[in-house]
Design a binder for this molecule. Structure first.
Ligand code: SAH
Length: 216
């Protein structure tokens, strides 16, 4: 059973304050984070870890991203309520649940079958209805493109060109790119058919993006 309590709500408020102090300003992102019970994504034995600003193992060698990182990427996406979003790397489903507070149209793809099923069960328990896919998301989801926003939640060696082609004009891709040790957060905006603008932000450490355009 998933239960939320005043104590958890209080812990969430403190977490939001921490994330805010680290520089996250977007009110809608902070509100979403205050609303989504992060402890629902944790095994019973680890519930106490849910409201620390830390990444945490979710099995299969993967992690639920640090709350600050989730807030950071979400802020960079500048989500509008009409946006259709693609998330690459469903993992626990936490980032996806945050996105669903900002727009109903979220597509999410996961490479690992165990995590895919686990996240689906989680969404069902929480009454959430993202469009979920199992497979290699490093080349996006061409059959459902274009997307207003694309977020990659694993570290990529390059910016996959095929993702850029799946953005609407004015659309944005937020992706950490680098080596396996550290990645720079990049935001690419599609200005025209073949015109893109690239912005660089802080360094992070993500689990590697696998698949055709990822680490082999
Ligand atoms: N957004 C997640 C973070 C998960 S960590 C959350 O909120 O919990 C990154 C995830 O990306 C892992 O689950 C990993 O299995 C997945 N992944 C790695 N390469 C992928 C690929 N090519 N396509 C889809 N998912 C991928």
């Amino acid at each position: 059973m998933l239960t939320d309590s005043y104590r958890h709500k209080g812990m969430r408020k403190s977490l939001v304050r921490i994330v805010q102090e680290k520089g996250i300003k977007d009110k809608r992102v902070l509100e979403a984070m205050e609303q989504v019970p992060r402890h629902f994504f944790f095994e019973k034995a680890f519930l106490e870890q849910a409201y620390q600003d830390k990444a945490f193992p979710i099995g299969e060698g993967q992690t639920i991203s640090q709350p600050y990182t989730v807030a950071y990427q979400t802020e960079l996406l500048e989500v509008q309520p009409t946006d259709k979003i693609l998330e690459i790397g469903t993992g626990s489903g936490y980032q996806c649940s945050i996105l669903l507070k900002l727009t109903p149209k979220v597509y999410t793809i996961e490479y690992n079958e165990v995590l895919y099923h686990k996240a689906n069960r989680q969404f069902q328990l929480m009454g959430l209805t993202p469009h979920t896919f199992l497979g290699d998301g490093s080349e996006g989801l061409p059959q459902h493109a274009p997307f207003n926003k694309i977020i990659v939640t694993a570290g990529a060696p390059i910016i996959p060109k095929t993702l850029l082609r799946q953005l609407t004009i004015g659309g944005k891709l937020v992706i950490p790119v680098g080596d396996t040790a550290t990645q720079k957060m990049l935001r690419i905006t599609r200005l025209g058919e073949d015109e893109f603008a690239k912005e660089e932000f802080d360094n992070f450490k993500f689990v590697p993006l696998l698949g055709k355009q990822g680490w082999k």
